[in-house]
Ligand binder design. Structure first.
Ligand code: IMP
Length: 191
């Protein structure tokens, strides 16, 4: 069976291909499926935005679709940047904005989590959601060279996500947790 990934991100595509191919699924990008669109993320939750992205492709292709939406939520900032993670400041300035907003926040109030929600629209046209989270703390400066986005300020254990080798991050991340739940669902459908 074919599943379209509502994204053209090569890393996401590789990760999802590797996970689903043992179950006999062929995963293709939305560009390969001929759906050259970028849906506007107008939702107010990760679930709504993931569904908007998935639904836009499903309405064109009428084939099962998977989409994800993710971001960082910081408790002391009342959940910000949350669904606005990708547009919280200009590229290159997003971590610095958070560090600045957190400069007077004590250690015990620096909790944060990464969230990833996968929306899957199956052959029946129904949306199903799989939420993964990963808890940590906001550090005091950027550390590490790996990863992307908010990884350098997200302290997972004693290390930031940007200091973790990518294999380790990919075992424990919000995306890995959401994908594991999705994999359980797919397994249940193919048994
Ligand atoms: P999305 O592509 O709409 O899900 O945007 C998610 C945004 O959240 C990205 O642009 C990053 O800023 C942030 N983000 C999501 N996952 C991660 C991660 O694993 N590390 C660092 N930042 C992330």
């Amino acid at each position: 069976m074919k599943i379209i990934l509502a994204s053209n991100n090569k890393n996401k595509l590789r990760e999802i291909k590797d996970m689903l191919s043992p179950y006999g699924y062929e995963v293709i990008s939305q560009a390969e499926a001929g759906a050259d669109i970028e849906a506007e993320e107008t939702g107010s939750t990760f679930e709504e935005n993931a569904e908007i992205k998935a639904r836009a492709v499903y309405d064109i292709c009428h084939t099962p679709v998977i989409a994800d939406d993710s971001g960082l939520t910081v408790d002391a900032l009342f959940g910000a940047p949350g669904i606005y993670s990708a547009r919280y400041a200009e590229p290159g300035k997003r971590c610095l904005r958070i560090l600045d907003e957190m400069k007077d926040i004590p250690e015990e109030k620096r909790s944060a989590k990464f969230v990833c929600v996968i929306c899957y629209i199956g052959e029946d046209g129904k949306s199903r959601f799989f939420r993964g989270e990963c808890s940590g703390k906001i550090g005091y400066e950027k550390r590490g060279e790996n990863g992307f986005g908010y990884d350098p300020i997200f302290v997972y254990d004693t290390r930031t996500f940007a200091e973790l080798p990518s294999e380790e991050k990919n075992r424990v991340s919000h995306r890995a947790n959401a994908l594991a739940k999705f994999e359980e669902f797919i397994k249940g459908n193919t048994d």
